[in-house]
Write a protein that binds this ligand. Structure first.
Ligand SMILES: Nc1ncnc2c1ncn2[C@@H]1O[C@H](COP(=O)(O)OP(=O)(O)OP(=O)(O)O)[C@@H](O)[C@H]1O
Length: 291
């Protein structure tokens, strides 16, 4: 469905994406995670055809997305602070959606507008931050575009509205499976919905894996320093802290039956790290190793 082959991109001679290769061949919900400045927005805007790579090739449904209507008809890219007409109301936004997206689902759009309690005649520029985000997400979800790209889709949404968004995302995906690429800093909330995870780090694809594999990773062990050191010898430790005679470490391993047995045998407490903490530590460790 999408392909990046050895793609590089720089802003004014400063490299931002370095020789990226990334293929997503199936309709899945895929999360893109990375720390600030990792290159997520740049990658998404290249995919949407807003910019052209310096090197390499990008394809959307077999087409180069840059300046190409044949690719654009498959795409819906909702940026953070998506540019909308100054005088637009929700009625205008829906008309725009119907006009630009051949697979637009009007009934779904109307239902979401009701659910998010968005006034149909008020100018969107006068909406609150969360209401603006909801308006943009309705455009993305109801587009039913084959490739839907959402940049930080829950920014400014309160807990209840985020829940509405996740339910709407799942409903629309189940109704019409397609590729969703969703960049987020809030990986814990969205990970149950995602089948794939792309981790971008300093302009490189550090991981592109099945979510079910990566969500099991990150084991926290706590106990006496000597016991912790003994069982973690040879393991990849991605975080470590000591307090008196107690040590707590996070290791880059799967939270398995085997690790639970080892912990019990050595009197250590064991927990699953959150995915967010695991990814933060993993990318930090990567930086330390690379120097
Ligand atoms: N228009 C631009 N001109 C120059 N540099 C830019 C421009 N846009 C982004 N950059 C730089 O490119 C790098 C990647 O930025 P990008 O916005 O793609 O990262 P991101 O992963 O989306 O970050 P965040 O999580 O903070 O939104 C950063 O170093 C940023 O400063």
């Amino acid at each position: 469905m999408i392909r990046f082959d050895q793609v590089s991109y720089s802003y004014h001679q400063t490299p931002v994406l370095n020789n990226i290769t990334l293929h997503e061949n199936e309709p899945v919900i895929s999360a893109i995670w990375g720390r600030n400045g990792a290159g997520k927005t740049t990658l998404m805007s290249l995919l949407a055809g807003h910019n052209r790579p310096d090197d390499g090739r990008i394809q959307v449904m077999g087409e180069d997305p840059y300046n190409n209507l044949a690719a654009q008809k498959h795409l819906c890219y909702i940026q953070e602070n998506h540019p909308l007409g100054r005088n637009w109301t929700m009625n205008d936004l829906v008309r725009f959606g119907q006009y630009f997206h051949p697979q637009w689902n009007q009934e779904f759009a109307e239902r979401l507008i009701d659910q998010f309690e968005l006034p149909s005649k008020k100018k969107i520029v006068k909406f609150s931050k969360g209401m603006k985000t909801a308006a943009q997400m309705i455009l993305g979800l109801a587009s039913y575009a084959d490739i839907t790209i959402l940049d930080e889709p829950t920014n400014g949404l309160d807990a209840e509205k985020r829940k509405y968004f996740y339910n709407a995302l799942l409903e629309s995906y189940e109704d019409h499976p397609r590729l969703f690429l969703i960049s987020t800093h809030h990986i814990e909330e969205i990970q149950p919905l995602c089948e794939s995870l792309i981790v971008l780090h300093r302009g490189d694809v550090m991981y592109h894996q099945q979510m079910e594999e990566i969500r099991e990773r990150g084991v926290l062990l706590t106990g006496l320093i000597s016991d912790v050191d003994l069982v973690t010898k040879g393991e990849k430790i991605i975080e470590s802290a000591q307090l008196g005679s107690t040590k707590k470490v996070m290791i880059d391993a799967s939270y398995s039956r085997e690790w639970k047995d080892i912990a019990q045998a050595h009197g250590l407490s064991i927990e699953k790290a959150t995915l967010q903490d695991y990814l933060v530590n993993l990318t930090r460790k990567h930086e330390e190793v690379k120097g």
